[in-house]
Design a protein around this ligand. Structure first.
Ligand SMILES: O=C(O)CCC(=O)C(=O)O
Ligand SMILES: [Fe+2]
Length: 300
């Protein structure tokens, strides 16, 4: 769902000046979360806005949300971290922000590289439906993407699909194959806070229907050698994921949050002609991962 924030909240957030965040290991420090929370709960209608956001992500039928922060990025710019601190504060109301990549900053740049594998993170092609960190035993509970600049040529729509709804439309046979540990994808190197490498993994983990991860990436269909029957079952799932997809164009300041237990995400190809766009004007998203609190609650 798309979530606009109330005008009075917007005005109060623009006036707020949050301190720089601190990390505790690879997670946002508890002191920072408490400080941000204290500052934000004093703004008008903040509590009801984050309650709506949480419900969109974890309530019945939910799984993703776009929080529209366009007026905030317009007012604050991106020369300093003020806008990013506000986005971090909203994220921390959902779950604990963390970086699985020890040497990288909390927010990871996803820019546009014309010479990269087009189907991957900062490539220019179609980025097929996937879960982030699919080959970890504990993938991030939420993956979030903050749009700083959309593709000025008009491509790169975000795609989302309800993974459990797609699984429910599969044949029994396909579901049985997808429940076998016969899938693998990618490398696992120097990651933090996401458990161990999971290889091979089952797409369906035996949780009750509609529960658990649908541990899937359509990228393994072209990039990992899979047995014939298992590959066919995965292709059947990929087809259903596409059948159920929604797509949306993120605008500057839009913050997309995805509950990885329910939805898979991806990206349509960028518009051709990226070579002619100066690097500093190309599409730019910032990615942040979140770990659910043990009790599922919002408090820091
Ligand atoms: O470029 C996008 O919109 C999505 C990128 C993505 O899903 C990723 O890097 O994991
Ligand atoms: Fe992703």
């Amino acid at each position: 769902m798309i979530l606009n924030i109330p005008t009075d909240l917007e005005a109060a957030l623009i006036d707020l000046s949050l301190p720089a965040w601190k990390l505790d290991g690879s997670s946002l420090a508890k002191t920072t979360m408490e400080r941000y929370r204290a500052e934000l709960t004093a703004t008008p209608r903040f509590e009801e806005t984050v309650a709506t956001l949480r419900h969109a992500l974890t309530g019945e039928g939910g799984g993703y949300a776009v929080l529209r922060l366009g007026n905030l990025v317009k007012a604050l710019g991106t020369d300093d971290d003020r806008f990013l601190r506000l986005a971090t504060a909203f994220a921390a109301e959902v779950a604990v922000p963390f970086s699985p990549f020890p040497r990288w900053p909390l927010w990871k740049d996803i820019g546009v590289k014309v010479d990269k594998d087009p189907g991957k993170s900062s490539g220019i092609g179609y980025n097929a439906f996937h879960m982030d960190l699919v080959n970890a035993t504990l993938p991030p509970d939420f993956t979030t993407l903050l749009c700083i600049r959309p593709d000025q040529l008009g491509g790169g729509r975000s795609i989302l699909t309800d993974a459990h709804a797609a699984v429910a439309r599969l044949s029994e046979g396909a579901r049985a194959l997808l429940s076998e540990p016969a899938y693998h994808y990618g490398t696992f190197f120097d990651l933090f806070g996401v458990g161990e490498e999971y290889k091979p993994f089952p797409v369906l983990d035996g949780s009750a229907e509609g529960e658990g991860f649908v541990r899937f990436t359509a990228k393994m269909l072209t990039r990992s050698p899979l047995g014939r029957a298992h590959a066919d079952a995965a292709r059947e799932l990929a087809r259903e994921l596409v059948r159920g997809q929604v797509s949306l164009m993120l605008q500057a300041g839009d913050y997309l949050l995805v509950n990885q237990h329910r939805y898979l995400h991806g990206r349509e190809a960028l518009q051709s002609g990226q070579e002619a766009v100066p690097v500093a004007e190309r599409r730019l998203l910032l990615q942040l991962f979140l770990r659910a609190r043990a009790d599922g609650g919002p408090a820091a």
